[in-house]
Write a protein that binds this ligand. Structure first.
Ligand SMILES: C[S@@+](CC[C@H](N)C(=O)[O-])C[C@H]1O[C@@H](n2cnc3c(N)ncnc32)[C@H](O)[C@@H]1O
Length: 242
């Protein structure tokens, strides 16, 4: 289930998402006159870069978190359309020519439903270009969470290449390429690591906990990590609507 994000703290972090977003923009093959959906746009960082490069793109920024959308709106003003919506429900937008997405799809459990919703929103021949967490990601954090909570990590789904290709095809997409790419992030400063974990990786856990339990929980998880590394593995998707 989607939850609210601390958009301001998120935006101030040293996010590897910046590079992942630039990678997605490189892969999109835009001409500059398309209508584009940023699915799970967050604070609108990638949308701002996109509009700098292609100012005539008709951009829709969609996210389930109203705090993320509020920050994106502050950043982009009139330059984009903003929608608070859940990617697993029929999207309340006019059709688009292309979909981009950065670090969002692993928050959705049912990828076939997600890809179906996106396929419904895209014109035939439109591209889907995305980056999200993939199979093998966050083993260190998962181990730490098992130590602290007694259970494996929940709320995220890190898909592999074969299951992603199958889900895309079943939802009406032609697969151009799907690949996994390790991209570990080391954060030696314990305070920064705790803020990062609380804001980026553990928000779903904290949303279900009283506020006074947040700090001790995040500290316990950080101390249980075998090394101060967020062992990201990125799943990069390039597909075309059939
Ligand atoms: C890690 S943030 C990435 C935001 C932005 N794309 C970036 O790269 O900074 C994940 C985003 O996905 C959104 N999200 C998660 N599940 C969602 C869903 N079911 N529908 C819409 N947005 C969702 C969250 O609200 C959050 O803004």
């Amino acid at each position: 289930m989607p939850f609210e994000w601390d958009a301001r703290t998120y935006d101030a972090l040293p996010l590897p998402h910046v590079a992942w977003g630039l990678g997605v923009l490189e892969r999109m093959q835009l001409t500059g006159s398309e209508r584009v959906l940023d699915a799970g746009c967050g604070t609108g960082r990638d949308a701002a870069v996109l509009l700098e490069r292609w100012p005539d793109v008709d951009l829709v920024c969609l996210d389930a978190s109203s705090t993320m959308i509020a920050t994106a709106r502050e950043r982009l003003g009139e330059r984009a359309e903003f929608v608070v919506a859940d990617l697993t429900e029929r999207l309340p937008i006019e059709p688009v020519d292309a979909v981009m997405s950065v670090a969002a799809f692993h928050w959705v459990d049912d990828h076939q439903l997600l890809f179906t919703r996106l396929a419904e929103a895209v014109r035939t021949g439109g591209r889907l270009t995305s980056d999200c967490g993939g199979e093998g990601q966050l083993m260190i954090l998962d181990q730490a969470l098992q130590t602290v909570t007694g259970s494996p990590m929940t709320l995220t789904r890190f898909a592999g290449v074969a299951d992603t290709e199958a889900a895309l095809r079943a939802a009406g997409w032609k697969v151009a390429s799907v690949r996994l790419r390790p991209d570990p992030l080391r954060l030696d400063d314990p305070d920064l690591l705790e803020t990062y974990l609380a804001t980026v990786n553990l928000g779903g856990y904290l949303a279900a906990m009283p506020a006074d339990e947040h700090r001790p929980f995040v500290r316990a998880v950080r101390e249980a990590m075998s090394e101060p590394v967020i062992d990201y593995v990125r799943l990069e998707i390039n597909a075309v609507r059939g």
